[in-house]
Ligand binder design. Structure first.
Ligand SMILES: O=P(O)(O)O[C@@H]1[C@@H](OP(=O)(O)O)[C@H](OP(=O)(O)O)[C@H](O)[C@H](OP(=O)(O)O)[C@H]1OP(=O)(O)O
Ligand SMILES: Nc1ncnc2c1ncn2[C@@H]1O[C@H](COP(=O)(O)OP(=O)(O)OP(=O)(O)O)[C@@H](O)[C@H]1O
Length: 488
């Protein structure tokens, strides 16, 4: 990328979240991730160019020195900070404005610092040889996959119903989404294929900001925010069909939609359980049974036909869950330690640097959180280590997984020629090369912790007021999850 020859016409709007806007290059597999800030500050940027550069460098350092070590290097692409011509950024911001969803326009793209994060475009992977059939990339924001320990929480419901399921009631009550999603992260993280299948089916039904599908780098399936309509499942099936043209032991152009969806989900489950490019050796996640079920999940656990060995220890889900579980105290148990650190910093402002409250996110930071004593000895070092652990866990609870499915070349030849020889062969599931990456690994600010506590209280009280009183699903019984599932 020649930074002095940047042309806004080479870039197009790709997506955005709460704090960054992403544009992709029209030819090269690259994206630029630009910071956003509140629209009311648009005339008056909240930070200088140097501060913005530092913020993005902190993101790179946090991802490459801290999260990469916890989650596994093979899943992480930390990218690099780039300095862009201001005129290019200004033109880009004008160009993408009309494509931005209205509900994200309470924030504007930073056009003043000229800094951005340059990353590989994870929706245009170049796995193996180039293929005719574009890769499918599936983005999942799985959210928190475990229940907190009863030791630290004041409301019993938090040990029974997971945060995501409770939060759904709060989001619907506050108009963020029109309908509740019946996705439950505990099902996705269970390692049990039936439960994972069920969880993904519900992500597809109500994707919200937790599920997107890209084909050849274009988003072909996502929730339309603020819209009453469900996303167009028929259009998704239309896109997926050519990738899943065999069923009942036959290459078949009359595959039912249900079979296409089933195969798609099954391939996705395989990818999530695979080693993500490691040597394939698997140690089962033995703690899985203890994590159990969320009482709000509409998965019918009596239907489980196959026991689970839990998540393979080198799978992307296992690594994310382990990192999320660095939150051992829950926000309620953590908050007093946060206050202790805050008080210490008020008394000794210079300690902020030594304790690495805002970084630098280097090996010493990682060591601080990894060498945390197991018992609270009352020291500020213990409190800081727990706060650091909590912030890292928050990042892991808010990251996304991008699974890339590239049809293997043999499969493609089969699809293209519909060879009769292939029709006579025994059934095997569609062949894809998988890869998984983790995105959005930004550090969460130290001072976001009080907001976490307030939000937690609001979510729980809203659930107890509304959701807890309702039947588990307003119109559904616990669902029969075996209908769509055929064992591997
Ligand atoms: O608090 P949560 O669980 O609602 O998570 C926020 C996300 O909401 P979600 O529930 O996933 O729709 C929220 O996502 P959306 O804006 O809702 O798409 C952000 O990811 C936010 O992170 P940050 O403050 O921008 O760094 C997230 O905030 P953090 O709590 O991770 O800081
Ligand atoms: N490296 C990448 N390759 C392809 N697409 C990407 C990449 N990084 C981000 N995206 C897309 O851009 C969207 C927004 O990016 P991201 O999640 O990093 O934003 P954010 O503002 O940090 O999100 P959040 O709301 O979680 O704070 C993602 O959901 C994803 O679809």
């Amino acid at each position: 990328m020649e930074l002095d020859k940047m042309d806004e016409n080479d870039w197009k709007y790709h997506g955005e979240g709460n704090k960054s806007l992403v544009v992709s290059h029209v030819q090269h597999p690259r994206v630029l991730r630009l910071l956003k800030y509140p629209a009311e500050d648009s005339e008056n940027p909240p930070q200088t160019a140097e501060q913005a550069y530092r913020q993005i460098q902190n993101i790179v350092d946090f991802s490459s020195n801290v999260m990469s070590s916890l989650l596994g290097e093979k899943f992480i692409h930390s990218g690099e900070v780039v300095k862009l011509p201001l005129e290019f950024v200004r033109q880009l911001s004008i160009k993408v404005q009309h494509q931005r969803p209205a509900w994200r326009c309470d924030k504007v793209m930073d056009i003043y610092s000229g800094c951005a994060l340059c990353l590989p475009n994870l929706t245009s992977p170049a796995l193996h040889q180039p293929t005719h059939t574009p890769p499918l990339c599936i983005e999942i924001k799985p959210k928190c996959g475990f229940l907190p320990s009863p030791k630290h929480v004041s409301k019993d419901i938090k040990t029974k119903v997971c945060r995501y399921c409770m939060h759904q009631h709060y989001k619907v009550a506050n108009g963020k989404w029109k309908r509740r999603s019946f996705y439950c992260p505990l099902d996705l993280f269970s390692g049990n294929r039936q439960r994972m299948h069920f969880a993904i089916r519900h992500l597809i039904e109500e994707p919200q900001n937790n599920f997107k599908v890209f084909k050849g780098g274009q988003c072909i399936y996502s929730s339309k925010e603020g819209s009453d309509e469900s996303p167009d499942m028929n259009s998704l099936l239309h896109h997926l069909r050519p990738y899943f043209l065999h069923t009942n032991n036959r290459m078949n152009s009359h595959v039912t939609s249900k079979a296409v969806l089933n195969d798609f989900i099954q391939v996705l489950v395989n990818a999530l359980l695979s080693s993500g490019g490691g040597d394939g050796s698997v140690v089962a996640d033995r703690q899985a049974e203890g994590r159990g079920f969320c009482e709000a999940s509409i998965f019918n656990k009596e239907r489980i036909r196959h026991g689970s060995r839990g998540l393979p220890s080198d799978s992307v889900l296992f690594r994310i869950l382990q990192t999320q579980m660095l939150d051992t105290l829950d926000i309620e148990g953590l908050y007093p330690l946060y206050r202790q650190v805050e008080q210490h910093l008020q008394d000794f402002p210079k300690e902020r640097t030594r304790l690495q409250i805002e970084g630098p996110y280097n090996e010493a930071f990682l060591e601080k959180l990894q060498k945390c004593p197991s018992e609270n000895d009352g020291s500020v070092e213990y409190a800081v280590a727990k706060v650091h652990q909590y912030r890292v866990a928050m990042t892991a609870k808010d990251c996304s997984i991008m699974v890339a499915l590239v049809p293997s070349s043999e499969e493609e030849e089969d699809n293209e020629s519909l060879s009769s020889q292939r029709q006579l062969r025994d059934f095997r599931p569609p062949a894809f090369s998988y890869s998984a990456s983790i995105l959005d690994l930004d550090p969460k600010p130290f001072d976001s912790i009080p907001r976490q506590l307030r939000l937690d209280q609001k979510i729980v009280s809203c659930y107890l007021r509304t959701g807890g009183a309702l039947p588990k699903g307003p119109v559904r019984e616990k669902e029969d999850c075996t209908l769509l599932f055929h064992p591997m």
